[in-house]
Structures are given as structure tokens and as C-alpha cells.
Design a protein around this ligand. Structure first.
Ligand code: PMP
Length: 437
């Protein structure tokens, strides 16, 4: 069927009018590849949207979804339960590091972010510390598109149309430093001291007013910004010093993306008080997100009257049976195929392939951790983002799907990627970079 020209589908985060002139349509997916509407195989260089970590069309997951939808198509989780939700929560808690043992289900990364922020503010309130309401995020932070997420997030383009947002929010500086850290492989050496801005903001407002700090361990959507060595640990120390909760948004970094461990928290050796995740939780198949709290956070809520609702929050589809089944089958797939370890094993090859683009026209930085890489380009004069868009569009027509954000090409393939596919991915980008204006 040819793409329609009408405007019924108002596309998210898309230049809608431009897209209708030059549509890029996908009609099927299997393993590492999409099929485009004109019948071409397109190598998936970004795991859909950072979510299809086990690759596409995994029978174990699709069968679990089919079976569950035919058995228990929906069940409420408000004052009711179903076994799949408890099983999925158990499995996710077991995978999460430390005593991150309590899983609040929602349907997306955005909902997970807003859930975590609400839990953090309510946590202080139920402990009798209700003056702690201020939130601290970071420039270039992305926590989805809810009002909480865009307020704490630090992307002006996502904020400016939407009015006053949440009050009482401050932002740490972002950690990108092209002067000192360009072309670093893995974590940049310089910038841990940027975490000390937290101390400055906290003392400016008085620590007794601060509820939580929320950051992505590695910012993904705003151009792949790995944390400087020691930076996250410093944030943790300052939070501990002042009784502030630390929230890690692991929507991108979760489920093996960083290589070797299920979550970035473990990889970087810093345990947050609340961890949010989504995307890879169901391998992208069924919408799901979660905010996972540590024991002390959960227990703070479990002290009131037994019949009282401890947290007045939740979604109709929190712990949806089909999503829970998808998640259980996804976690089985990750475990059976050792995909997190595999990602760690192939990451050095991926790193070399990414950094081989150094020296090509327009490339001003290359950043990577695990199976994520960002290639930063010099912007086309007067047209920020235009060069990256052109590369993204040409790559798609040459059979490789990548993402672009500003002037950064982001690559985050399924964790099942083979060396030959890594070669294809970066080889295609190299060819395009040599000829792009
Ligand atoms: N947090 C982070 C770190 C993300 O990368 C994203 C999505 N890319 C979100 C939150 C929002 O997730 P969703 O689009 O599922 O709402």
C-alpha cells in the first residue's frame, strides 16, 4: 500500500510536513533487519528506538504475547492482582542491582520518570520531611515528555512551548566537553568536578528543601554523553551527605546496553535510590516501563494503616498481563543467550569500528560505551541538524537505520549484532561521510 498523504497521523517528534514529502516506511522486522515498504532489507542500527535489545521477532516473546492475550487479555491491578505482574516484578527486581527490590509498573519511560519523581517527593513527605520538594535535573537530560520529565529534563526545545512547567527545579550543567574529551573511547577522563555543582545548588536553596536529583547515567537521546570517570560517584556522595534521593533514568542504559551488566548502575558502580527503565524491558514489543525503588524508599510508605493506599498513583495498564508476559519472555531470552555479556564481549570491536570514522569530513567527536556510539558532526552553517538529517536519510536509503539528534548520529544496535553487521553499519556511514556536503 502506498503511503497516504493525509494528515490523520500526527507523528511524534517528527517534521510531519517534511516526512509526508519523503516518507520512510517500515513494514516488517526480523533479527537485525527491518524490511522497508519498497522491499529493501534495512540493518537496524538503533534497536528500533533503543529498545529491541534482543533483535526483532523473537519467537519466545511473540508466542508469550499471543498466548497471554488469548488467556488474560486484561486484568486490573488496582486492588486486584494477577500472577504475571508479581512474577515479572520479581524477575526485574532480581536483575536490578543492590536492594532495588520494589517495582512500580507503568507503560513508558516518560511515565516511569514522572512516577519516580512523585515517589521521591512523597517519600520525604511520608517521613515528615515535606519541605523537600525541589528537584534537580541536568542540562541535556531527557526523561520523556510528561510535565515532570520535561521540567527536570534539560532540552529547551522540548520545554519552551509548554509554559511554566514544574516550579522548584534546577539543572546541573551537562558533561559534554569537546575541548578536553573529544574522541575519548569509553568514559571521558575529565569532568568529575562538574558534579560539585550539585553541592552549589543544594546549599543555595538549603538542603532541607531538596527532594531528588535525576540523571541518566549516560545521556542518550541528546547525543550520547558517557559520564566522566568519577562523576556519578560524586553525585551519590553529595546526595548521601544531604539526604537527597538519587534517581537514575536507565530507560536507554538498562538491559545490557552498556555491555556486561544489566544496568549502568552496576557497570559504573553507583547505586541510585530509584531506577527507571522501559524499552528493553519488553524488547520493545509491548509498551512498559518501571520505577524500581530501594528497600528504604518502599518501606517508608509501608508504615501507615494497612487498609490505606500507600501511594495514590498508578495507571490502568500498570502491570498489564500482556506486557508482563512479554517482559518475562524477554528476560528469559536475555538470560538464555547471555546477551548482556555478549554485548560486553563485542563492544571493543564496535568501539574500534566507531572510532575508525575519526578523520572523515565533518566528524568532530566520537563517543561510545558498550553498544552505543555517538558521532558528532560539525553543523552545516546556518542549518543545525541538517547534515545529520541528510546522513540519516541517505543511510536509510542505503540499507542502514541510524538515529540523529541535533548534529549527532547515534548508533545503538540490538545486542545480537555480528561483526560483519558492525562493519556494514560503520562502512555505510563512512561512505556517506566522504560524500556529504
Ligand atoms: N528517559 C530516557 C533516558 C529516554 O531515553 C526516553 C526515551 N528515549 C524516555 C525517558 C522516555 O521514554 P518513552 O518514550 O517510552 O516515554
Amino acid at each position: 500500500m502506498p503511503p497516504t498523504n493525509h494528515d490523520a497521523f500526527w507523528m511524534p517528534f517528527t517534521a510531519n510536513r517534511q516526512f509526508r514529502r519523503t516518507p520512510r516506511m517500515l513494514v516488517a522486522a526480523d533479527g537485525m533487519y527491518y524490511t522497508s515498504e519498497d522491499g529493501r532489507k534495512v540493518l537496524d542500527g538503533c534497536a528500533g528506538l533503543w529498545c529491541v535489545n534482543a533483535g526483532h521477532n523473537r519467537p519466545r516473546i511473540t508466542e508469550a504475547v499471543q498466548k497471554t492475550i488469548a488467556t488474560l487479555d486484561f486484568a486490573p491491578t488496582f486492588q486486584m492482582g494477577h500472577p504475571l505482574a508479581f512474577q515479572a516484578a520479581d524477575r526485574i527486581a532480581a536483575l536490578a542491582p543492590g536492594d532495588l527490590n520494589h517495582v512500580f509498573f507503568c507503560n513508558s519511560g516518560s511515565e516511569a520518570a514522572d512516577t519516580a519523581l512523585k515517589i521521591a517527593i512523597a517519600y520525604h513527605r511520608v517521613r515528615g520531611d515535606g519541605a523537600r520538594t525541589r528537584l534537580i535535573g541536568r542540562e541535556r537530560g531527557y526523561h520523556g515528555v510528561g510535565f515532570g520529565g520535561i521540567s527536570v529534563g534539560g532540552i529547551s526545545g522540548n520545554r519552551k512551548l509548554y509554559g511554566a512547567l514544574l516550579t522548584g527545579v534546577d539543572h546541573l550543567p551537562h558533561t559534554l566537553d569537546l575541548e578536553r574529551n573529544a574522541f575519548t573511547k569509553g568514559l571521558p577522563a575529565y569532568g568529575a568536578e562538574l558534579a560539585d555543582n550539585l553541592e552549589r545548588i543544594v546549599t543555595l536553596h538549603d538542603p532541607s528543601t531538596i527532594a531528588a536529583v535525576m540523571v541518566e547515567p549516560m545521556a542518550g537521546s541528546t547525543g550520547v554523553l558517557p559520564p566522566p570517570v568519577g562523576y556519578l560517584k560524586r553525585l551519590r556522595e553529595i546526595c548521601d551527605k544531604y539526604g537527597i534521593l538519587l534517581i537514575f533514568d536507565e530507560v536507554i542504559t538498562g538491559f545490557g546496553r552498556m555491555g556486561g551488566t544489566p544496568f549502568a548502575s552496576e557497570k559504573f558502580g553507583v547505586l541510585p535510590d530509584i531506577l527507571t527503565c522501559a524499552k528493553g524491558i519488553t524488547n520493545g514489543t509491548i509498551p512498559m516501563g518501571a520505577a524500581i525503588a530501594r528497600d528504604h524508599v518502599y518501606e517508608a510508605f509501608m508504615n501507615g494503616p494497612e487498609t490505606g493506599i500507600e501511594l495514590p498513583h498508578g495507571y490502568t495498564y500498570s502491570g498489564h498481563p500482556v506486557a508482563c508476559a512479554a517482559s518475562l519472555a524477554t528476560l528469559d531470552t536475555y538470560a538464555e543467550e547471555n546477551l548482556f555479556e555478549r554485548a560486553g564481549d563485542i563492544a571493543p570491536y564496535f568501539e574500534e569500528a566507531a572510532h575508525a570514522l575519526r578523520g572523515l569530513p565533518h566528524v568532530i567527536d566520537i563517543r561510545n560505551v558498550g553498544l552505543v556510539a555517538g558521532i558528532e558532526l560539525s553543523p552545516r552553517p546556518g542549518a543545525p541538524g541538517a547534515r545529520a538529517y541528510e546522513i540519516f536519510d541517505r543511510a536509510f536509503h542505503k540499507g542502514v537505520l541510524v538515529r540523529y539528534t541535533g548534529d549527532v548520529i547515534a548508533i545503538s544496535p540490538p545486542l545480537i549484532i555480528q561483526k560483519s553487521e558492525i562493519d556494514q553499519l560503520f562502512g555505510t556511514l563512512a561512505d556517506i561521510l566522504r560524500t556529504v556536503e
